[in-house]
Ligand binder design. Structure first.
Ligand code: HEM
Ligand code: HEM
Length: 250
C-alpha cells in the first residue's frame, strides 16, 4: 500500500513536470546569449566581409547589407526577446505585457525597414522584385506577424476583449505567435542560403572563411529559434501541469 502510494506520488510529480520536464530558465539564458552571438556574427559578415552598411551609396551592395542586419538583429533577435520577456522579467503581469507588445512593435518596425532595404537595393540596381521563395515566405511572415500583433493588442491590451474571449484566444495567440516566429527563422535560413549561393556562383570560395562564417551564423540562428520556442513552451517552474501553462498561474 505504502509503496503503491509512493509510486502514484512519483507518477503525479512526473505529470506535473510539463511536457519536457525542465524549466524555461536555462533556455532563456541561452536565447540571450545566442541572440547576441547572431548579432555580432551578422555585423562582422556585413561590415568586415561585405564592405559595410549604407542607406544611400553608389555601391548598392552596401544598401543590401542593411537587409540581413535589420532582419536578424531587429526582427529575429528582438522578436525572440519579446517572446521570452514573459518568462524572464520579474515585474507585474501588466508591465510584462507592455514590454512584450513594445518589443514586438520594435521587431516589426525594424523588420519593415530591413525589407525596405532589400526592395531599395533591387529597385536601385534594376533587379526584379519578389522572384524567390525566400521573398514570398518573408513577405507572408511580416504580414502575419503584423496581424498577430494587431489581434494581440486589441484582445489583450486596448480596448481588450471580454474575459471569455481573452482566455479562449490565448492558446491560439501562443500557437500562432510561435508559428510566425518559426516562419521568420525559416525565412532567414532561406535568405542565408540564397545569398551564399549567389556569392559562391560568382566566385566565392566554397570552403573559404566567409562561406564558413555565413553557414555558422545560420546555425546559430537555428539554435536561437529553438531556444526561444522551448523557453515559451517550457513551464516557468518545473512543478506545473502538463502542456502550455499561463504565466499568471505559475
Ligand atoms: C526573417 C527574416 C527575413 C525576411 C522576412 C526577409 C524578407 C525578404 C523579402 C520580402 C525580400 C524581397 C525583396 C524584393 O523582392 O525586392 C528579400 C530579399 C532578399 N533577402 Fe531576405 N528576409 C529575411 C532575412 C534575410 C537574411 C538573414 C538574408 C541573408 C543574407 C536574406 C537575404 C536576402 C536576399 C539575398 C534577397 C534578394 C533576393 C530575393 O529577393 O530573394 N534575407 N528578403
Ligand atoms: C506579433 C506579435 C506577437 C507575437 C509573435 C506574440 C507571441 C506570444 C507568445 C509566443 C507567447 C507565449 C509566451 C510564454 O508563455 O512564454 C505570448 C503570450 C502573450 N502575449 Fe503575445 N505575441 C505578440 C503580440 C502581443 C500583443 C500585441 C499583445 C498585447 C498585449 C500580446 C499579449 C500576450 C499575452 C497577454 C500573453 C500571455 C501571457 C500568459 O501566459 O499569461 N502579445 N505571446
Amino acid at each position: 500500500m505504502v509503496a503503491r502510494g509512493r509510486h502514484r506520488r512519483r507518477e503525479e510529480t512526473k505529470e506535473m513536470a510539463g511536457p519536457i520536464g525542465v524549466a524555461a530558465a536555462p533556455f532563456t539564458y541561452a536565447s540571450h546569449f545566442l541572440g547576441v552571438a547572431a548579432a555580432v556574427l551578422v555585423l562582422v559578415w556585413c561590415i568586415n566581409f561585405r564592405g559595410g552598411l549604407a542607406f544611400e551609396a553608389v555601391n548598392k551592395n552596401l544598401i543590401f547589407n542593411l537587409h540581413p542586419v535589420f532582419m536578424l538583429i531587429g526582427f529575429i533577435a528582438v522578436g525572440g526577446e519579446a517572446i521570452i520577456s514573459y518568462k524572464v522579467l520579474p515585474w507585474s503581469k501588466e508591465v510584462r505585457k507592455l514590454i512584450h507588445l513594445i518589443l514586438h512593435a520594435i521587431a516589426i518596425g525594424l523588420g519593415v525597414l530591413g525589407i525596405w532595404a532589400a526592395f531599395k537595393f533591387h529597385n536601385d540596381s534594376g533587379i526584379a522584385n519578389l522572384y524567390s521563395l525566400h521573398s514570398w515566405v518573408g513577405l507572408g511572415t511580416i504580414v502575419l506577424y503584423g496581424i498577430q500583433w494587431i489581434y494581440g493588442f486589441v484582445t489583450f491590451y486596448y480596448p481588450g476583449a471580454a474575459a471569455g474571449l481573452r482566455s479562449s484566444s490565448l492558446p491560439w495567440h501562443v500557437l500562432f505567435g510561435l508559428f510566425v516566429y518559426i516562419l521568420g527563422v525559416a525565412t532567414a535560413e532561406l535568405g542565408f542560403l540564397e545569398k551564399l549561393t549567389f556569392l559562391q556562383n560568382s566566385g566565392l570560395a566554397k570552403y573559404g572563411t566567409e562561406a564558413f562564417l555565413v553557414n555558422f551564423t545560420a546555425l546559430v540562428v537555428i539554435l536561437l529559434g529553438t531556444s526561444v520556442v522551448i523557453s515559451a513552451i517550457a513551464p516557468a517552474k518545473v512543478h506545473e501541469q502538463k502542456g502550455y501553462v499561463r504565466i499568471e498561474e505559475s
